[in-house]
Design a protein around this ligand. Sequence first.
Ligand SMILES: *Cc1c(COP(=O)(O)O)cnc(C)c1O
Length: 416
Amino acid sequence: MIDKNHCLRLDEQDPLAPLRQQFALPEGVIYLDGNSLGARPVASLERARQVIEQEWGDGLIRSWNSAGWRDLPQRLGDRLASLIGAGSGEVVITDTTSINLFKVLSAALRVQAERAPERRVIVSESSNFPTDLYIAEGLTQMLEQGYSLRLVDSPEQLPAAIDQDVAVVMLTHVNYKTGYMHDMQAVTGLIHEAGALSLWDLAHSAGAVPVELNRSGADYAIGCTYKYLNGGPGSQAFAWVAPALCNLVTQPLSGWFGHARQFDMATRYEPASGIARYLCGTQPITSLAMVECGLEVFEQTDMQSLRRKSLALTDLFIELVEQRCAGHDLELVTPRDHAKRGSHVSFEHPEGYAVIQALIARGVIGDYREPRIMRFGFTPLYTRFSEVWDAVQILGEILDQKTWAQAQFQVRHSVT
Ligand SMILES: *Cc1c(COP(=O)(O)O)cnc(C)c1O
């Protein structure tokens, strides 16, 4: 049996524990939703003040040069690169994950249209994040010409689905619901053997698990900065393209920021060399600047240390739930196998929505995803082992006392 003292000892021995001081977390809250919206770095407030007062207020238009606003997507991309196994000059931070997906998926299809025009199928998983599927659907409709989306219901069905018709395989590395993690290198190998290109969504991977884009041979990647990277609500997303593919085609959102010579104000589009061609238009700078504060915290540690703690936290959570909440109608949907697990843990419960609402009322913030999934994110930068203990005790009380049955916890909010 694990007891609270054991968890407190784990906190004392945790080499990452001091990093929590760099986050402004409210008192009385156990935050297990950093996989959806990361906590605020303490430094963000001062940085926001600086951007608004000095760079915008005093610098005005001059700040595009003097404060380096113009190159911010590339500079931040360079600071993110090492977290995802990308090289310097290979990543930009710009636009949203949905928009970046549209760009890279379009580009991948263009590459295949030149190499193997008979390949017109995009393969993905039916359990992929909805926006990824919607963007792919919209793109196939726009292209017409027989492009289509082929969905598999489980990772085991992927090999059979990747045949000679497939242009691109678009996968989310860590599944947003189950926390299942693909073996990026093995799956990319499979995709390449079949003559297709690989596109990885790293929304639940960047800053959560070690990722090796170049070493895995991946072709395209995108992902969020407002989740594990703590960039702030709606902060811009990233895009990466393998250097060997990057200059082969242009992406269709060919805005002026991706032009080779933006201020020539030329009539015709000429793409910049490299990842800069994935830029489109003017970015919300106050939001973009916040991304830096999240990345600065990562520079004080490394992904291997974070992964070690992440697995210890998720192992502890699973073990404690099974110890404290046995007999309740909970089903673990996250893989126990470390090699297949991201940094969140999901349990199904028939009243999952109401249980999450009851937890939030007690200060334990997780979230709910249809159908029946209660999702708990573990952020090694700031989650304590003793918080995992406390969260599970509160979950146990809610289940024992059926607190979730109260009317107020049944009300559906617009964001779950
Ligand atoms: C969170 C998430 C997104 C979000 O896309 P936005 O354009 O930022 O809204 C996309 N894909 C996956 C897999 C996600 O988990």
